[in-house]
Design a protein around this ligand. Structure first.
Ligand code: GDP
Length: 301
């Protein structure tokens, strides 16, 4: 079941941090996610374009080492809170985007509070520094008042001045994410066990049927595995990465588009690998019955 023991300490290997981008509307979350996706592709792209599958991985070099970072490709804290409402925590680190011309705004503080409540370390991207009226020092002062103190002022939060538009300092931002993960988190998982994780996004594709982007949190997912994802079940018929390339396996922190499910699961629902199809169907049917009962109970109130 979900939350199964991960085995011995020696079975654990480092996994990439999973990052959510949050911040006030129009401060550049979408633009930043697009710029990072474009600038740091891990694999060669099948069709030359990166598809939106709800999450993607980038690669960056830190201290001469290749490091990977997974981004949840849905800006804003709605997705974050929707997942948390289901008891799921996908995010290891939050990037808080603050436009340097606008400064701290109500949703900046809201996002900050969500990250704090979830105990998720924050890296601040002070965005739009290409603008003539950008005032990144003001942003640092404002956030200091909310207890988010920049390293250069003696605090422990990394602030990076960026421009999503001019693609400025994106590498520095990625480096700050890796350094923050190394300094404050112990991100390891056992890749040698049945996979489990979360559904990030899912939809019904006319040609391919139900398609779900899952984030592997533990273990390794293989093509051919029998899985239960929310109320859906099935055998993994194929997996695709964000470039449309076929994957045969997906390791911890890897997002993958999964084909072969019986239905469309919800974002934030968990998935697990089980022994065989029969078991997958039984568990899925039980879950569906439980959800139906819960819905009916809600309606009666
Ligand atoms: P979101 O609502 O936080 O997702 O914001 P968007 O990514 O949609 O950006 C809002 C607006 O700001 C768009 O018109 C972007 O083109 C613009 N924008 C985003 N980043 C930058 C930047 O670094 N510099 C400048 N000048 N404009 C930016």
């Amino acid at each position: 079941e979900f939350g199964e023991d991960e085995g011995d300490e020696s079975d654990l290997v480092v996994r990439p941090p999973v990052v959510t981008v949050m911040g006030h509307v129009d401060h550049g979350k979408t633009k930043l996610l697009d710029a990072l996706r474009k600038a740091n592709v891990v694999a060669k792209e099948a069709g030359g374009i990166t598809q939106h599958i709800g999450a993607y991985q980038v690669q960056t070099e830190v201290d001469g080492e290749d490091r990977r970072i997974t981004f949840i490709d849905t800006p804003g804290h709605e997705a974050f809170t929707a997942m948390r409402a289901r008891g799921a925590q996908a995010t290891d680190i939050a990037i808080l985007v603050v436009a340097a011309d606008d400064g701290v705004m109500p949703q900046t503080i809201e996002a900050l509070n969500h990250a704090k409540a979830a105990n998720v370390p924050i890296v601040v991207a002070v965005n739009k520094i290409d603008k003539p009226d950008a005032d990144p020092t003001k942003v640092r002062g404002q956030l200091t008042e909310y207890g988010l103190i920049p390293e250069e002022y003696g605090g422990d939060a990394m602030f990076v001045d960026v421009s999503a538009k001019s693609e400025l300092n994106l590498d520095k931002l990625l480096e700050a994410v890796v350094l923050t993960a190394d300094a404050s988190l112990d991100l390891r998982a056992n890749p040698d066990q049945d996979a489990q994780g979360l559904v990030v996004e899912a939809h019904l594709d006319r040609g391919r049927g139900p398609v779900a982007t899952v984030l592997v949190q533990r273990g390794t997912l293989h093509v051919g595995d029998s899985i239960v994802a929310g109320p859906a079940h099935g055998r993994v018929r194929a997996m695709l990465d964000e470039h449309g390339n076929e994957l045969s396996v997906a390791d911890p922190s890897r997002p993958a588009m999964v084909l072969g499910l019986s239905a469309v699961p919800g974002a934030g629902q968990n998935f697990i690998v089980v022994d065989d199809d029969r078991m997958a169907r039984q568990i899925a049917e039980k879950r569906e019955a439980r959800e139906r009962a819960a819905m009916q109970a809600k309606r009666r109130v």
